[in-house]
Design a protein around this ligand. Sequence first.
Ligand code: ADP
Ligand code: MG
Length: 248
Amino acid sequence: MNRITTIISAKGGVGKTTVTANLGLALHQSGRETILVDGDFKNPNLALHLGILEYSYNFQDVLERGGNILEALHIHKTGLRIIPSSLSLKHVEIAIKKFRELFQNIKGHILVDSPPGLGEDVISLMKASDDLIIVTTPEIPAVTDALKSIEIARNMQKKIRGIIVNRHGRKKYEISAEEISAISNLPVLGVIPEDENVLKSVMCKTPVIEFNPYSNASIAIRKIASKITGEKYQKPKFLMLKRLIFRT
Ligand code: ADP
Ligand code: MG
């Protein structure tokens, strides 16, 4: 049995790929069987966030040569599994149409990073999913776009787990998480602050929760993971020690 959760946002650059990589790793580290899939065939960069730069086989190769999707599975050094993609527009349609079928023998929680927009590729990925997580930044254009995705998902009767508000504190004028929850009538799963550790971690091609587990963004992401698993959030051990020593 598996569960396919797609991370969506109509607006680009709000943090879907960052959230997918980090939330996936946090779920994996909490002992959940997790597989990441790069569903952004037009701009695939999920593997890059995990520092996986070279791979002999990917999603598109399986589609082209007709193998088992497991052949495209790559194991990150943390043990997290990922199916990378390569830019190949000719396979977008088949990949999306066959999505559920391709993954039927894969067990665990499958997290799919999606492209921005509300094109046919995104709609088909939404259809193939069991549920969705919406990512938005706390600004009016991004929230307005998020509401469009939510409306489409509701028309499809898709379960939406909730909204992740990312890059909080970057702009002077922002919509609060409470307001976003009230307008969308959805729970906010968590608020990830603007954190330069995220930018540094991308430069180092390492997920921020691994790059700096004590950063504010990492803590927020782990809290979201514990909300998803239903387990109590546990502070990283060394953070407690650091707080005791430096009284921060
Ligand atoms: P999307 O997949 O939605 O296009 P990305 O995950 O690629 O968005 O993120 C867009 C940019 O924003 C990247 O440069 C990423 O490093 C940066 N970013 C994402 N989340 C944060 C954050 N919480 N703090 C700072 N920078 C962030
Ligand atoms: Mg992306």
